[in-house]
Design a protein. Structure first.
Length: 247
């Protein structure tokens, strides 16, 4: 059986459904997509707002080596590069997995996010289920008031605005390319170079989980974020990153 595409007008979570499919032996490339989610989730079980007009998708991928931590960032960097080709401002990836719009003199705003769950798979050995959400053309009033200044849609960045189905085809293709590259040494080196090229925040002050950690200095070979404070360097591998927007 080859990959399938499941489509729902509304579902609690495309990620949860795709995880169930992966655990049942679904092949690489199996996709679950919905117009709306009622219980969408991001990293650390944060709620992911999923109104109509956005892309809400999860795809089953063959997982890279267990020690590999670069995949979520690499997927974000691929999205930033691809979606940013015709955008009115620069798109960058914010560690570890957000795609943001960076316009001079404006607040940084989130365009897309990535969540990767690693699960056992009878067909793949291990599967990386990648949940990808892109704000395509969403009415700002559909978001909670506090989120509206923090979010941007493709409809504000590109013309003509692509339909959600076009964005879906783009996202599925780049997810498959990125996952396959992550399992090859040369491909992984190319992904790391792209992540470093697209990474936002080098030289800026940062905090993790509300605690100041110094300035971002580089991205490590394993996908860790290196920060420096008072001459000491520390690798950050998890946590909620906040980056000072003023240089």
């Amino acid at each position: 059986m080859g990959p399938v595409r499941e489509f729902y007008e509304e579902i609690p979570s495309t990620q949860d459904r795709a995880i169930d499919l992966a655990r049942s032996g679904a092949p690489e490339g199996t996709v679950v997509v919905a117009r709306r989610q009622t219980r969408g989730r991001g990293r650390a079980d944060h709620r992911w707002e999923s109104p109509g007009g956005g892309l809400h998708l999860s795809i089953v991928l063959a997982a890279p080596d267990p020690s590999e931590t670069l995949l979520p960032l690499a997927l974000g960097a691929a999205l930033a590069e691809e979606l940013g080709r015709d955008a009115r401002c620069a798109l960058r990836v914010k560690w570890p997995n957000d795609v943001i719009a960076v316009a001079p003199g404006s607040r940084v705003r989130k365009l897309a996010g990535v969540l990767v769950d690693r699960v056992a798979s009878p067909s793949l050995g291990a599967a990386a289920v990648a949940g990808i959400g892109v704000n395509v053309s969403v009415d700002p009033a559909a978001y909670p008031t506090e989120l509206r200044p923090l979010i941007i849609g493709l409809d504000e960045l590109v013309a003509p605005v692509p339909i959600v189905e076009e964005v879906e085809r783009t996202v599925v293709a780049l997810a498959l390319r990125t996952a396959r590259a992550s399992r090859d040494p040369k491909g992984r080196a190319d992904l790391l170079a792209r992540c470093r090229r697209e990474l936002w925040g080098i030289g800026r002050a940062a905090s993790i989980d509300g605690r100041s950690v110094g300035r971002i200095v580089e991205l490590g070979d394993d996908g860790a974020l290196w920060v420096e404070r008072a001459g000491d360097r520390v690798a950050i591998r998890a946590g909620d990153l906040r980056v000072e927007e003023s240089a």
